[in-house]
Design a protein around this ligand. Structure first.
Ligand code: NDP
Length: 310
């Protein structure tokens, strides 16, 4: 069985940045690209808040550039999804979806998180054309327009506040008659004049044409239907961290996010590090993911040099 120094799981900004640093530190990293090569950014169009791109950058292009940069320093990029692990002893045992088994002295988990969607056909049809699961990423495109955001948690409230500073009107579509969000966030939302909360409403269909989203068909708990005209439809109904194959070993919080030591990428297992959205329920930005990928590679390099010095 192949034994390597450093295995990186995931190909978002965290994974590729970890690879750039690990390759330059001569860890000869192998990176498995996972379910969606390039990660969540490949599902958005223009990215305007990644530093270094004053005119914005296409999500696919940014990820392709990061990939090439990782490759340039010798990262071994491989297609494959990790399905099973044994992390109770080093080197760690990893199994891929095609049955390949591999041993690694260090593991960097950068498998990201997947935004939850409602699961409507019309919603999927307009992803990138008015439907978005990231207001911080895409809100800017709806400046001066009317938008809606689904969810009643802290993320929905925070993103509704963000959108209210850009958009003419923000409808919050909340399925119950209460928020799940903290009191302080609720108060902020309720005292913002251009946010209107539509309590006890669920989304039946996202409406649109070839230009993108034009409205949303809602249904109230009483059964009454209503169409709201909007151009942007945002989801903030939670994320799902992709930590399953590592969970039997790595400590996670109740939502499944991997717990890392403060100001570090270290997990509860020595030699196993986590970076990006799989360990970050709070910031979830490409640039913070990239930063934590850098931290993980530096931590892995220090761990390996410490082991060889023993
Ligand atoms: P949450 O799980 O807290 O909230 C999800 C919201 O989406 C709930 O209001 C839920 O409704 C609603 N929802 C879920 N599924 C559907 C659906 N199918 N249709 C309509 N509505 C739906 O997720 P968040 O992302 O808001 O927060 C995750 C964690 O991160 C929380 O612990 C939160 O406190 C934390 N957080 C903290 C922040 C901060 O401290 N600044 C900022 C952002 C998040 P219902 O209530 O009816 O279940």
């Amino acid at each position: 069985m192949e034994t390597i120094k450093c295995l990186i799981a995931g190909s978002g900004p965290a994974g590729y940045t970890a690879a750039i640093y690990a390759a330059r530190a001569n860890l000869q990293p192998v990176l498995y690209e996972g379910v969606l090569r390039g990660g969540q950014l490949t599902t958005t169009t223009e990215i305007e808040n990644f530093p270094g791109y004053p005119d914005g950058v296409d999500g696919n292009l940014l990820m392709e550039d990061l990939r090439r940069q990782a490759e340039r320093f010798g990262t071994d990029l491989r297609a494959g999804i990790i399905t099973e692990t044994r992390l109770d002893r080093s080197p760690f045992w990893i199994k891929l979806d095609d049955g390949t088994e591999i041993l690694t002295k260090t593991l960097i988990i950068a498998t990201g998180a997947t935004a939850r969607y409602l699961g409507l056909e019309s919603e999927q049809k307009f992803i990138g054309m008015g439907v978005s699961a990231c207001a911080t990423c895409d809100g800017f495109f709806y400046r001066g327009k009317d938008v809606a955001i689904v969810g009643g948690g802290d993320t929905a409230c925070e993103e509704a506040m963000y959108l209210s500073g850009l958009c003419r009107k923000v409808y919050m579509i909340v399925r119950r008659n209460v928020f799940r969000a903290s009191k302080v966030m609720q108060q902020r939302v309720l005292s913002t004049p251009n946010i209107e909360v539509l309590w006890e409403h669920q989304t039946r269909e996202v409406l649109g044409d070839e230009t993108g989203v034009t409205g949303v068909l809602l249904v109230h708990s009483s059964g009454r239907e209503r169409i709201v005209d909007i151009h942007g439809f945002f989801l903030a109904i939670g994320h799902h961290p992709n930590s399953e194959p590592f969970r039997p070993w790595v400590e996670v919080n109740p939502e499944g996010y991997i717990i890392t030591n403060p100001k570090s990428s270290e997990t509860n297992i020595q030699g196993v590090f986590a970076a990006g959205d799989v360990q970050d329920p709070k910031y979830r930005q490409a640039i913070t993911a990239a930063g934590s990928g850098c931290m993980a590679a530096i931590d892995a390099e220090r761990y390996l040099s410490m082991c060889s010095g023993l």
